[in-house]
Design a protein around this ligand. Sequence first.
Ligand code: BGC
Length: 252
Amino acid sequence: MALAFGMDIGGSGIKAAPVDLATGDCTVERVKVDTPQPSTPKAVAKAVAELFHYFGEEATQGAIGVTMPCIVQAGVTLSAANIDQKWTNYPAAEILSEAIGRPITLLNDADAAGMAELYYGAAMNTPGLIIVTTLGTGIGSAMIYNGVLVPNSELGHLEIDGFDAEKRAAASVRTKEDLSWPVYVKRLQRYYETLELLFSPDLFVVGGGISRNSEKFIPHLNLRTRIVPAGLRNSAGIVGAARHAHHLQNQG
Ligand code: BGC
């Protein structure tokens, strides 16, 4: 069984598990710890190392993929949304590798979720342009064209009607502003119709915790593009990071 290890670093929690790459399943139950507050690189690196070593050698033998809610280019985090600002322009891959004592592949959290959907979830065997959006604290996005990821698309930060899109349509905004579903659906409609106009995708996949309630909004959206809930739930970041890291390590 080919194994790889995935870790998903978020603003409030850090989740990890070994992943069976044939099925995309976690081979043991994933473990979640709180993200240290403030979530400085030093504090997070320490928590990451502890969590990693908790799993032991056998579970962590394969490639290691780690996600962060940041733009990630060549191992450097260029932005820091919903996490400590010290991560901006920070050599994150190097520091996290040093902390755990093994090389890692670092990628954006939504890009990882997109890879998980492509290989094991709602976007399997789908050619053309797929846009995976994660609706959570912010809005993350993954753009995949004919199986190839275009990294760091950051479509949650499109400016729509004068607003940063995620400040209007992220799942956290619905709770914070106590919006009814019909009001929130209007915001999602505006968001997805803008994406549709700009990119004409073949498929939208909606991830994030809210995909559990997809019947509350997906049937009410009026789009020409097919839109479906994510196939993977809380483990999408872990699974996609593990798959991506394994792929990069084995392509030479
Ligand atoms: C960040 C993205 C991230 C998304 C989901 C956004 O605010 O800019 O990098 O993927 O939140 O965490």
